[in-house]
Write a protein that binds this ligand. Structure first.
Ligand code: SIN
Ligand code: FE
Length: 300
């Protein structure tokens, strides 16, 4: 079976931005928010994140605890997790992540001004480990195409918007695969799901296994996520494009809608934001609404 690709212009929208607070040069026909909500990746090939001479020592997998692999920072509480080093190292790593967070926030405010009042701040991550060749169970293996959905962190339908920047110092790209449209994913994977149970969702929330109540939407997305990753034939044969994001580039993507897989690469920064569906320019394009149309019932 031949594997189909799309024209890469249908998947990536390129914007020329060289500073986190602008200006933006673009010859795109619509607005950045329109492209993003439509399931495209906003690609900023010349927007890098500069590390100071002192910070380049953090470009080592030894800076993150082996089980977690990523250093994680929570801007609202100023808490750093999974980082290893002296007190001085930890303070400097925190400042580095904080700076990435501030840049990413300035960028989304610049490009997506209509979201400014509604964006919720999620975690900032620094990913200093090589991702190729890791041994993980299918569910945890991000080298398999998937849409983001997390067992312990239900969103209730809120959008997951992520900013990524490759800071690899050796010229190594972040090699992704980008899969078919969410409408197709929904058609392929939303049938015959295990039944949703509110009682079980309440139980999981009560014992602290989930950080919030797992809605029917979260249950559906989690099952789609797991089924996509478990399906070897789908992984091989589904429509997909390979794209390598070079060092010194940034990209913005709704990872709850865009099917993606990260195949190889080392040294990445990432900032997560959440956006309520009603704050979208066109809420009908949320995975929640797409799934409701495909499945013919309310999920939230
Ligand atoms: C993912 O979101 O699946 C992984 C992205 C990456 O680390 O490049
Ligand atoms: Fe992902």
């Amino acid at each position: 079976m031949t594997r189909h690709e799309r024209d890469i212009g249908e998947i990536l929208e390129t914007l020329d931005v060289i500073a986190w607070d602008g200006p933006v040069l673009t010859n795109m026909s619509g607005s950045p928010v329109d492209a993003l909500e439509d399931g495209k990746v906003l690609y900023l090939p010349r927007l890098g994140f500069g590390l100071s001479a002192g910070e380049t020592r953090f470009l080592s997998p030894a800076m993150a605890d082996a089980a977690a692999k990523n250093v994680s920072y929570h801007p609202p509480s100023d808490a750093l997790k999974h980082a290893l080093g002296s007190a001085e190292d930890l303070a400097a790593m925190k400042a580095m992540l904080r700076r990435y967070h501030e840049h990413a926030l300035a960028l989304v405010r610049l490009l997506l001004p209509q979201y400014a009042d509604s964006l919720e701040i999620g975690r900032t991550s620094f990913r200093p480990a090589e991702i190729a060749g890791r041994r993980l169970s299918a569910k945890r293996d991000d080298t398999r195409l998937h849409v983001d959905a997390f067992p312990s962190a239900p969103t209730g339908g809120k959008r997951i918007l992520r900013v990524f920047t490759n800071v690899n110092p050796d010229g190594k790209g972040r090699d992704w695969r980008l899969g078919e449209r969410f409408e197709e994913v929904a058609l392929a994977f939303s049938g015959k799901l295990p039944p949703y149970s509110r009682a079980r969702a309440r139980f999981l929330n009560t014992i602290g296994a989930t950080k919030a109540f797992r809605t029917a939407y979260d249950h559906t997305m989690l099952n789609i996520h797991d089924r996509m990753k478990a399906d070897d034939e789908y992984q091989r044969a589904a429509e997909q494009n390979a794209f390598s994001f070079p060092p010194g580039s940034t990209w913005i993507v709704y990872t709850d809608r865009v099917s993606h897989a990260a195949m190889a690469g080392q040294h990445l920064f990432e900032q997560t934001f959440y956006l309520p569906v009603k704050a979208m320019a066109d809420p009908a394009r949320a995975p929640l609404r797409i799934l409701e149309r495909v499945m013919g019932r309310a999920l939230a």
